[in-house]
Design a protein around this ligand. Structure first.
Ligand SMILES: [Zn+2]
Length: 222
């Protein structure tokens, strides 16, 4: 079930109060239209009827995909360095949901990235290892810095999975890089499952899987 609430939101520009729908949780099997509204950035868009001011409004949202078995909890107030502790009601969910991937993210772009990774049938833990590997082997030596790297899509190619990332160097336009062959996702998942010994079926638990994940996996805490 998807849950929403109507609030009175004051326009930051003209102060007029307008009714605005806040989504607490989104079940995309029951409401597939909400998935599209998230991906095209319209779900959070506030538009003032008086002055036309537009703004993205950030609030806590639980994204639930029953078909692909994942839940992503977007908490905009969660700081990167903060140790994440799920609330009791969310711990109840952990116990009820077997074989689910449960993720916590602190930005909207990370929410969208997780959705795309899981819908592509990929493991976001291997994706984070691949990002790190790409950085260590291909980018750092070329003096390429970046602010963020996001997964964009998976290409269907024979044998080895090919993935496309969007990379944003500081102060420059984002561009795409394509990583395939045996040194790409195939190698990253091999490092994850075989070298780090992380089970494919993870223990159902809320967790953050981001750029620090590669270090955790190498330390045996993946
Ligand atoms: Zn206004």
């Amino acid at each position: 079930m998807s849950k929403s609430e109507i609030i009175k939101y004051a326009c930051p520009q003209c102060s007029r109060k307008t009714r605005f729908e806040i989504w607490k949780s989104v079940n995309v099997m029951l409401n597939p239209e909400l998935r599209w509204e998230i991906m095209n950035d319209t779900l959070l868009k506030f538009r003032c009827k008086r002055c036309g001011f537009e703004q993205d409004v950030a609030y806590a949202l639980l994204y639930h995909d029953q078909l692909n078995k994942h839940m992503i909890w977007w908490l905009p107030t969660l700081k990167e360095e903060e140790t994440f502790q799920p609330e009791p009601s969310h711990q109840m969910l952990e116990m009820a949901l077997h074989n689910y991937r449960l993720r916590v993210v602190n930005t909207y772009n990370k929410l969208k990235e997780k959705i795309l990774i899981f819908e592509s049938g990929l493991d976001d833990r291997a994706i984070e290892i691949l990002k790190r590997y790409m950085w260590d082997v291909r980018l750092r030596d070329q003096g390429i810095a970046y602010e963020w790297i996001f997964f964009i899509e998976r290409n269907i190619v024979p044998i080895h999975t090919e993935v496309v990332f969007s990379i944003s160097p500081p102060g420059q336009e984002a561009y795409q890089i394509r990583i395939g062959g045996p040194g790409g996702y195939t190698r990253a998942s091999d490092i994850l499952y075989r070298v780090c010994g992380v089970p494919k079926d993870e223990i159902t638990k809320w967790r953050i899987v981001d750029r620090d994940y590669s270090d955790l996996a190498q330390m045996g805490r993946g």
